[in-house]
Design a protein around this ligand. Structure first.
Ligand SMILES: Nc1ncnc2c1ncn2[C@@H]1O[C@H](COP(=O)(O)OP(=O)(O)OP(=O)(O)O)[C@@H](O)[C@H]1O
Length: 247
């Protein structure tokens, strides 16, 4: 089934992410960088939103705040109905562990753990008993097309295969929100397209909300909406009418 009707219906519901006047600065070596200068952004539930803009405009800072990794200096950031500033310490870790999946450019797999052990990590952190975690991991590893590679170490896999493992790890605990920082930048064109097709399939099947920071213009046709950033602000949103293409 296409993700498109679900994404449209979701547009009318409470957004997955709502940012208002979000600010974040970094100070170092006597200089202050204003990375976020008042972000106003709604990300509807379901579907794939891409965040694009010139290098240094604040994209990674913004998804790090949305993912609860960085604390903003000011403004509001409501994620899945929870204002992040109300969560601290273990409650924030629990919220992140339950509700958010992460995919990075460089995969960040643990090199000494097998594929299946890597994929169990979010479930183990959330307290799932190991046998259940291994069964769920095996299932999703098969779904990403690596059913016969579960006992191998990540280092023997290609970049595209490692990113598929990272996708399995990001989605194994069925998070409502998945944030991705340049998920295709380290991959060749064909592997990048395969990764995006997989992510799109998961958007449809699991009705997750995915936010992707990217410089890779080749993947923009997979987006339901594209948020354009410049100099710490959102300067435009392209919705599916202009953004969509390869669903
Ligand atoms: N931890 C930090 N300490 C100091 N400055 C930082 C830090 N993180 C980000 N910055 C600065 O904040 C600004 C925004 O950085 P950010 O990484 O969010 O931009 P970006 O749009 O993701 O860039 P790119 O596309 O190059 O990854 C940049 O000027 C960057 O140098």
């Amino acid at each position: 089934m296409s993700a498109l009707p679900a994404a449209r219906a979701a547009d009318t519901a409470a957004p997955a992410v709502r940012c208002r006047e979000l600010t974040k600065s970094f100070t170092g070596a006597g200089a202050t960088v204003h990375a976020l200068r008042g972000i106003d952004l709604d990300v509807p539930r379901g579907g794939m939103t891409m965040l694009v803009g010139p290098s240094g405009c604040g994209k990674t800072t913004l998804i790090s705040v949305i993912a609860g990794i960085l604390t903003p200096d000011g403004g509001e950031c409501l994620v899945l109905g929870t204002e992040l500033s109300t969560l601290h310490g273990q409650r924030l870790l629990d919220f992140r562990g339950r509700s958010i999946g992460f995919i990075f450019q460089q995969f960040h797999l643990v090199p000494t753990l097998t594929v299946i052990e890597n994929v169990t990590i979010p479930l183990i952190i959330n307290g799932t008993p190991t046998p259940h975690a291994r069964a769920a991991a095996a299932e999703i590893i098969a779904e990403v097309g690596l059913g016969d590679r579960g006992r191998e170490l990540p280092g023997v896999l290609s970049g595209g295969e490692q990113q598929r493992v990272a996708i399995a790890r990001a989605l194994v605990h069925s998070p409502a929100l998945v944030v991705c920082d340049e998920p295709t930048s380290a991959l060749d064109h064909e592997s990048g397209q395969m990764i995006m097709a997989l992510l799109r399939r998961f958007v449809s099947l699991r009705q997750a909300t995915i936010i992707i920071v990217t410089h890779d213009d080749r993947i923009l046709p997979f987006a339901d909406r594209i948020a354009r950033m410049d100099d710490g602000r959102i300067v435009g949103i392209d919705t599916e009418a202009t953004a969509g293409g390869q669903r």
